[in-house]
Design a protein around this ligand. Sequence first.
Ligand SMILES: CC(=O)SCCNC(=O)CCNC(=O)[C@H](O)C(C)(C)COP(=O)(O)OP(=O)(O)OC[C@H]1O[C@@H](n2cnc3c(N)ncnc32)[C@H](O)[C@@H]1OP(=O)(O)O
Ligand SMILES: CC(=O)C(=O)O
Length: 522
Amino acid sequence: MQIFLYDTTLRDGTQREGLSLSVEDKLKITMMLDELGIHYIEGGWPGSNPKDAEYFQRVRETPLRQARVAAFGSTRRAGGQCEDDANIQALVAAQTPVVTLVGKSSVLHVEQVLETTRAENLAMIGESVAYFKALGKEVCYDAEHFFDGYKLDADYALSTLRAATEAGADVLVLCDTNGGSLPHEVAAITRVVRAQIGASATQIGIHTHNDGALAVANAMAAVQEGATQVQGTINGYGERCGNMDLIPTIANLQLKLGYSCVTPEQLARLSELSHYVAAIANLNPDDHAAYVGRSAFAHKGGIHVAAIAKVEHSYQHIDPTLVGNQKRVVVSELSGRGNIRLRAEELGLHLNGNERDVLQQIKERESKGYQFEAAEGSFEMLVRRSAADYVPPFELLDFTVTVEKRGNNEITALATVKVRVGNELMHTAADGEGPVDALDAAIRKALLPHYPQLAEVRLVDFKVRIIDAHLGTAATPRVLIESARGDERWSTTGASPNIIAASYQALWDSLELPLLRELIRK
Ligand SMILES: CC(=O)SCCNC(=O)CCNC(=O)[C@H](O)C(C)(C)COP(=O)(O)OP(=O)(O)OC[C@H]1O[C@@H](n2cnc3c(N)ncnc32)[C@H](O)[C@@H]1OP(=O)(O)O
Ligand SMILES: CC(=O)C(=O)O
């Protein structure tokens, strides 16, 4: 059965604290949603602000393959007429094929928020829906607080849906506006709606919020009771704790329950869609997001990795490629030999029986503060150094670093190093902005005559984290360095009670790794 996907990232999603999209952003997201098979795109509330009104003007000139654009607004004001209601007229001006009207279902909201009568609210719903049907629009009626309203006064909540249906609404969308409903409640109430109202041609839709962390489960419960339109946002962006996340909902409905949402090719771009919208929203993607997060198929426990090496799906609920994601193996103190073997193979390296030795070194170093899962370059160095034919391109023998502050002068840093390349022994010294910069400069000074390609290696990130923070200044700093050469990136680590020593270890790995990779390529 086909499920119609209704995206409200551009309207309800922007009600998330801290999220604001420009018209350009909204148009880019619209095109991506259209490409990926979303059936309805709610672009905003044209009566709310000039930006949303401009979006509707510009989206008319944007060629879309299949998505229908919806403009959102409320039913007419109490005691007024649609013809002179500013919000209703802004919806008309938006010129969209679909209009979504939100109306009150709960007697609490009718009497205490709108401060009107139950009969007037029914008239507001009926007249507003009929107004847009007379203009030839497809009308989705969003029954705000439907589940809470039903629990307060079921007859009245159902009568609001009847008012919308009788006026010609195409879809009745049951909203869990406060996000506090439970799946069994949503299922039971949707069943009643289907039995009493769904006999007409009107479709049922579901719009849920995540305040009880149940938005996806609630939407799925409604679909299983016959709802055919699901309203949500990409990555679950939305007010308070967010809206229903369309990403896992699409995957669950299609892969677990056999509903049709999008084509398999579009499904395989779900991870891309999630990351694309996060980038435009200027938010970090959630690594642990179901289906599409970077860690969604990352295996860390040794027992798990040993199993997936034999049967890939033994610790995966789906094939990650179905949603455009991929399996990853993480190396850490929780690894077994299987992690080491698989990760080394992924890097194109052979351990020749050294798994146990490399694993032992990882466990020992992690107990001293290293963290290899965030520093795959240092893992690679351990593997490379474990090879019987390993020849170090250089050796760092000694170093000194002095940091000086005299009188009112600036603080200065000077490093000297003793480095061996082959049979040649060098002493070099360099100043730096700080002690690590000085150390880096002194090492490079010694190495550059032998390895000029190191001039292209840049240090792009340097992070320090304190382990054992309760030890105060005696705590162990863990240093993580990210380096780059062209498009190639690698991260390395070091840990020591002395921050310079920790940096020195991470720097050594960061400079040796590109040389070894290059030597191997030659
Ligand atoms: C559940 C949801 O997500 S609904 C969408 C919520 N999103 C937003 O509110 C974002 C966009 N909103 C806005 O830009 C503004 O609130 C506007 C333009 C809609 C209205 O602004 P204002 O006219 O200044 O009114 P204000 O926001 O202060 O109050 C809302 C008014 O709408 C009325 N109202 C609320 N729901 C409805 C409804 N379903 N039908 C008719 N009127 C309604 C309220 O009773 C209140 O009227 P009052 O001013 O006579 O008390
Ligand atoms: C319509 C809507 O956004 C809600 O009721 O949550």
